[in-house]
Design a protein around this ligand. Structure first.
Ligand SMILES: Cc1cc2nc3c(=O)[nH]c(=O)nc-3n(C[C@H](O)[C@H](O)[C@H](O)COP(=O)(O)OP(=O)(O)OC[C@H]3O[C@@H](n4cnc5c(N)ncnc54)[C@H](O)[C@@H]3O)c2cc1C
Length: 245
């Protein structure tokens, strides 16, 4: 992985031993790569800021207003929602793991997966300084990924894949085991709030951009990792959709 990305010109370094323990605050991993251009965002703040900027530029935002159908209308597209219709030259589908049947066949290009996450109680100064002291986000390469970062309320966010968007009891139990495996100083009692949602998995673990008809674009398949594990069902593509180059 390190060599492959380096060949593509990414500023990525390989670490192990004490350097890895110091940077992560855990003994759970033997080797790691550090991507200097990587970073993390607070997704809700990011969404709110996008909405603010878009509104400032004249966009209208309607929530709780799902597109039910998209039909051709005199060289344009008509989008129908439960409460009204919009006609436009362009329609963008950005529905990722929540993709439904509005655009025929699009749902079949991804596999929706559930990601679940929990946040710890606020960390003590000693805990805060020992874990990811330089503010990195950590994610591992196990097939059912573990990932974590600290937030700006001095807490540790820890996640993995799960079974229910509500992060059910089985998901919580797995998160307890996972965080204890990576950071043995934490147990179930240290986790405070749990949640979950969907992401979209693709056969080759890369995002896709489709143009199934002129004026319609669909961008989806954000896997959160983007590396080369390819499952045996890669190669299946529904009619009308091509694999990204
Ligand atoms: C707990 C959790 C942790 C995650 N952690 C990471 C991480 O660490 N790193 C990372 O890279 N990614 C992570 N992800 C994945 C990341 O959140 C998604 O990849 C990202 O949100 C996708 O953004 P999006 O805008 O494409 O789709 P989404 O944010 O999923 O938005 C899709 C929207 O489309 C709407 N929609 C669906 N159908 C219709 C319709 N017919 N009409 C109108 N609207 C419709 C849905 O209501 C939804 O609001 C995580 C996800 C979860 C749930």
């Amino acid at each position: 992985m390190h060599q492959g990305w380096s060949e593509y010109g990414l500023d990525i370094s390989f670490i192990e031993g004490q350097a890895l323990r110091d940077l992560s605050g855990t003994d759970a991993y033997k080797t790691a790569t550090v991507v200097k251009s990587g970073g993390c965002i607070q997704p809700l703040s990011y969404s709110r800021e996008l909405a603010r900027v878009a509104t400032e530029q004249g966009a209208d935002i309607y929530s709780c207003s799902p597109a039910i159908s998209v039909t051709p209308d005199n060289r344009q597209w008509q989008v129908t929602t439960p409460a009204g219709k919009v006609t436009s030259d362009w329609v963008l589908f950005c529905t990722n793991g929540y993709t439904d049947d509005t655009l025929k066949g699009l749902k079949q290009t991804i596999v929706p997966l559930i990601s679940v996450q929990a946040v710890t109680r606020p960390l003590s100064d000693a805990e805060y300084n020992a874990i990811l002291p330089e503010g990195h986000t950590l994610s591992d390469t196990r097939r059912v990924i573990y990932y974590c970062r600290k937030d700006n309320h001095n807490r540790l966010l820890f996640g993995s894949l799960g079974m229910s968007e509500q992060c059910n009891a089985a998901d919580r139990k797995r998160l307890h085991k996972a965080i204890h495996h990576v950071f043995p100083q934490f147990s179930a009692a240290d986790l405070d709030v749990y949640w979950g949602g969907r992401l979209a998995f693709t056969p080759e673990v890369l995002p896709h951009l489709h143009e199934p008809a002129p004026g319609i674009l669909a961008g989806l398949g954000y896997n959160g990792r983007g590396w080369q594990w390819v499952p045996s069902w890669a190669g299946f593509w529904p009619n009308g959709y091509r694999k990204s180059p």
